[in-house]
Design a protein around this ligand. Structure first.
Ligand SMILES: [Cu+2]
Length: 118
């Protein structure tokens, strides 16, 4: 009788371990998906589209100049600044900390936008 209980007990423990292993598997597989998808802002007709973009931490935001004249992407606090972007040129910046990042075009300061990083 005592032996029978031991077998029941050990197979129950074995089952628990197996369930735990199976349960952690999807978590391990999901580790590859933590990279955020690319986020793009079109610079067109003197506006940023969208003018407010919300992204996850560690997202890379890419601005594409669709205008026929150059624009510069410059953050208000000097965190990032592109060179003058000609038509179809891009500028990318990766946001590693949460916060709200206001930016503007230093050639046309009335062009403003912001990136919200969560
Ligand atoms: Cu501009």
């Amino acid at each position: 009788m005592r032996k029978a209980w031991w077998i029941v007990g050990s197979s129950f423990t074995f089952a628990l371990v197996m369930v735990a292993l199976l349960a952690t598997r999807p978590l391990i597989a999901k580790a590859d998906e933590t990279k955020a998808p690319p986020a793009e802002i079109k610079v067109d007709n003197f506006t940023f589209g969208p003018d407010t973009l919300t992204v996850a931490v560690n997202s890379t935001v890419t601005w594409v100049n669709k205008d026929d004249l150059p624009h510069v992407i410059a953050s208000n606090d000097g965190l990032f600044k592109s060179k003058a972007l000609d038509t179809d040129q891009t500028y990318s910046y990766t946001f590693s900390k949460p916060g709200t990042y206001a930016y503007f075009c230093s050639i046309h300061p009335k062009m403003v936008g912001k990136i919200v990083v969560q």
